[in-house]
Design a protein around this ligand. Structure first.
Ligand code: BEZ
Length: 211
């Protein structure tokens, strides 16, 4: 079964480097990023985990918990963490799920047989405070992810969950946003007191409302 945006993120129990967890309980009312790696002791994954650890305070600032997964056991993750610190200078400061039986990987469709029957691809699931899936990404083993981009998307998701706006191409926080077409001009004047510019009848831009 493929998980779609808006689906409930499946709950599970798992062993992690921070002890056993039940996903929904661990997550609580926070947002979460659940991301998988093909395998332990692999080069790209080593750099990715260091990058994620470096940005953990940024995720926390957005009320987001992060958790990694690979199909290797927790004992292997723990050994690998030493290498990650050696190489990246970062202590892995978030839990890593050990999933040797591929229970969680299968639940989330993280194993793509066209890529490998045995390894997880680089999946990313952003899960909202309501436990619904807000974003999915799938990268091949050869391409490391950009965790700044994941933060950027979370900024957009959290903003657009609160205000009737969308964010344009390459948007970064602080830049103008787009008023959703369903809002009439009359309502827009009330909802966006900083004003808006009508570039086209269907494209109205306004300063980011919460700044
Ligand atoms: C890597 O992270 O570099 C990697 C992962 C799976 C297969 C090969 C390389």
């Amino acid at each position: 079964m493929t998980l779609q945006l808006g689906d409930l993120a499946p709950d599970f129990t798992a062993e992690t480097t921070h002890g056993p967890i039940r996903f929904h309980e661990w997550k609580g009312g926070s947002w979460a990023v659940l991301f998988s790696h093909p395998k332990d002791f692999t080069p790209v994954c080593t750099t990715e985990l260091g990058a994620a650890a470096r940005l953990k305070p940024e995720f926390e600032r957005r009320n987001v918990k992060i958790i990694g997964l690979s199909v290797d056991p927790v004992a292997s993750h723990v050994k690998w963490e030493g290498d990650i610190t050696d190489v990246t200078g970062q202590v892995v400061n978030f839990p890593m799920i050990g999933d040797p039986d591929r229970v969680v990987a299968n639940l989330y469709g993280m194993i793509h047989p066209n890529a490998s029957d045995t390894m997880t691809v680089r999946s990313v699931f952003v899960v909202g405070a309501d436990n619904k899936i807000k974003l999915t990404l799938t990268y091949p083993a050869s391409t490391g992810r950009n965790f700044d981009e994941i933060l950027r998307v979370i900024d957009s998701l959290q903003l657009t969950a609160t205000y009737q706006v969308s964010t344009p191409a390459d948007w970064t926080p602080g830049q103008d946003v787009i008023i959703v077409p369903a809002v009439s001009d009359e309502d827009a004047k009330r909802k966006f007191p900083k004003g808006f510019v009508t570039k086209k009848p269907y494209l109205r831009v306004t300063p980011q409302p919460d700044r």
